[in-house]
Write a protein that binds this ligand. Structure first.
Ligand code: MEV
Length: 424
């Protein structure tokens, strides 16, 4: 018998159907599995095949809508793509509790992206640094020449920064080009510029250029959201003070801050994904920003105002776009954008920041009061009831009995279902 090989030659050239058959042959996937792969749903296989390589299917993620959000005086319905229960409900709850008090106020520092060019093998890095800075006009011309469309839309080169970096391989001269990418996330635009610029940097300095790529620490593209919750709207001063203790914990401890920020990203990434944007880019930027002062800490800041309200602020890099990539190509991302009614990438980023802040509020509130398990248990009980065979109204009824008994197990669910059907 010949050994199975994962070296599937010509795989990339095959049709989606042929790839599925080949994967099935290798892995023993059933006919039902293959049919599931072939049914790509609202993302047409032909289109998906252009988005990634070696396509064999698509992966559906639930899309929910966050309600109750008032952002900068406008009511919006926000699409959120997430597989995690409670995430959408958390935003709705947080937004409901601040709606009457005015909701969220947002702003943005700009839509500037940074690309880096790494230069090595320069004997005089400090001189080289200044020599590059002296060529600012040439740098501008090279960059702007790459993207006339961006220029027409009001974007393009904005700034030049050069640093000498000490590294284990010796000094490196790192050039940053700062580019306004307007409604594009901007990766393509700035990567093209960095690659075009690199030979000139090498020529001006006598060094050798290596990496030419954007930085996901997009700290010239900060989205900000702030909001106040009245103590009486959130359960009183005791709840508010408990939430402040939760915040101070996250601020002081990276172990807690990681989870605190994960909660924020539950909201942020769900909207980023729903709109076809790059979740990894945003997550990398957010976590790097949380550690910008040398110690990883909370992305949000919380205070108690003179009036006794709980005031929260979220500020994070948010490199999202409306044009290009999956945002433009994915039909559901387009629906999500129409739902949001945003005209610019900035408007989208600001809404996302508000959702992140709402998510953090909700997580701190539940953690400082009942704890997360109560809500999770109720949802878990629904799943267990279904596993036990409950259908329709039986699901809620069995789940309720399990939660009331404080024990959520399939055998108990089966017993409760039997009792329910017997009229007990
Ligand atoms: C779970 O996905 C998110 C939380 O853990 C966030 C937090 O702890 O702040 C509830």
């Amino acid at each position: 018998m010949t050994a199975r090989t994962s070296r599937l030659s010509g795989f990339h050239k095959q049709s989606v159907a042929d790839r599925i058959a080949r994967v099935a042959e290798f892995t023993g996937l059933s006919a039902a599995d293959q049919a599931l792969l072939a049914g790509t749903g609202h993302l047409d296989a032909e289109l998906a095949n252009h988005l990634i390589e070696h396509l064999v299917g698509t992966m559906n993620i639930p899309l929910g809508v966050a309600t109750n959000l008032r952002i900068d005086g406008r009511d919006v319905l926000v699409p959120m793509a997430t597989e995690e229960s409670s995430v959408v409900a958390a935003v709705c709850n947080a937004a409901r509790q601040c709606y009457e008090h005015g909701g969220f106020t947002t702003s943005m520092s700009g839509t500037l992206m940074i690309a880096q060019v790494q230069l090595v093998d320069v004997p005089d890095p400090e001189h080289a640094r200044i020599r590059i800075l002296e060529r600012r006009d040439e740098v501008r011309a090279i960059c702007d020449d790459c993207d006339p469309v961006l220029l027409k839309l009001g974007g393009g080169f904005r700034d030049l920064e050069v640093r000498v970096l000490d590294s284990r391989s010796g000094p490196m001269v790192i050039t940053h080009i700062v580019v306004d990418t307007r409604d594009a996330m901007g990766a393509n635009a700035v990567n093209t510029m960095a690659e075009k610029l690199a030979p000139s940097i090498a020529a001006w300095t006598g060094g050798r250029t290596y990496l030419r790529i954007l930085s996901n620490l997009a700290d010239r593209r900060l989205a900000r959201a702030r909001c106040e919750w009245r103590a009486e709207d959130i359960g009183g001063p005791e709840v508010r003070d408990g939430m402040m203790l939760a915040y101070h914990f996250a601020e002081a401890d990276p172990y807690r801050a990681a989870t605190h920020n994960k909660g924020i990203m539950n909201g942020v990434s769900a909207v980023v994904l729903a709109t076809g944007n790059d979740t990894r880019a945003v997550e990398a930027g957010a976590h790097a920003y949380a550690a910008r002062n040398g110690r990883y800490t909370s992305l949000t800041r919380w205070e108690v105002t003179r009036e006794g309200h709980l005031a929260g602020v979220l500020e994070l890099p948010l490199a999202v776009g409306l044009v290009g990539g999956a945002t433009k190509a994915h039909p559901m991302a387009q629906v999500a954008l129409r739902m949001l009614g945003v005209r610019t990438a900035e408007e989208l980023a600001r809404i996302i920041a508000a959702v992140g802040l709402a998510q953090n509020f909700a997580a701190m509130r539940v953690l400082a009061t009942t704890g997360v398990q109560k809500g999770h248990m109720a949802l878990h009980a629904h799943n267990i009831a279904m596993m036990a065979g409950a259908v329709g109204d039986e699901v809620g009824a069995v789940a309720q009995r399990l939660v009331a008994a404080g024990r959520v197990r399939v055998d108990l669910a089966e017993a409760e279902l039997a009792a329910l059907r017997a009229g007990r």
